[in-house]
Design a binder for this molecule. Structure first.
Ligand SMILES: [Zn+2]
Length: 218
């Protein structure tokens, strides 16, 4: 049994190097906004009077069905965070972003998951990046003095520019399903689900991304 501090120390000392930062096409180019209440969880502060206990009871659809390949085979990383991004593009897919990121000299797609919007990938399709299969650290949320957001943070990118539009209903449904799976499997508390802009000065995942909507779906 090790305490939390020792665990973190051990984790950080053995962690793989962090590559890149926010790496969607325009995702890191913060203009205007916004570190909103930095380092504070989204949900606790954004839901009026909110706490995990006060949230509406989750409704698990009868058709709840987790794709087998969301569950990695082999050793799993001790994931502690989920960080939500938008691509800041109107189109895209895991393959396309992977190619773009590699062309820029990054190791591979920095996110673990990409959720399509019907342009480049299916609407609400959850695409799994190579990092997830390898259970490799993320390269999507580089924050000074906080290597843990990449080291043990799962990066989920929704295709779209949510400064201009909202995610599709299918994307939100898929995101909620994925987030719920991840939080249950890795025992990630809701207080450790973030939008990128909660952790650093970027407007990602866009001003129209509705955190409360996600919260209610979980
Ligand atoms: Zn981002």
């Amino acid at each position: 049994m090790i305490n939390r501090r020792d665990f973190l120390k051990r984790l950080l000392s053995s962690a793989a190097p962090v590559v890149g930062s926010c790496i969607a096409i325009g995702c890191g180019a913060g203009q205007g906004l916004l570190v909103r209440e930095p380092y504070k969880p989204i949900f606790g502060s954004r839901v009026a009077g909110g706490s995990a206990q006060a949230a509406p009871a989750p409704v698990r659809p009868a058709s709840w069905n987790i794709p087998a390949d969301w569950r990695p085979s082999g050793a799993e990383r001790r994931w502690r965070f989920i960080v939500i991004h938008h691509s800041a593009t109107t189109w895209g897919s895991a393959d396309e972003f992977d190619r773009i990121h590699r062309a820029r000299g990054w190791d591979e797609l920095g996110y673990h998951f990409v959720i399509g919007n019907g342009s480049g990938a299916g609407d609400g399709e959850v695409q799994i990046g190579p990092r997830w299969f390898k259970q490799k650290h993320g390269a999507h949320c580089k924050v000074a003095d906080h290597p843990e957001y990449n080291d043990v943070g799962i990066g989920v990118c929704l295709v779209g520019n949510f400064n201009d539009s909202r995610p599709t209903e299918a994307q939100m449904r898929a995101l909620a399903s994925l987030v719920r799976f991840l939080t249950e499997r890795y025992r990630i508390p809701r207080s450790q689900i973030y939008g990128h802009g909660q952790l650093k000065a970027t407007d990602c995942p866009g001003r129209h991304f509705d955190y409360v909507d996600l919260w209610r779906r979980l």
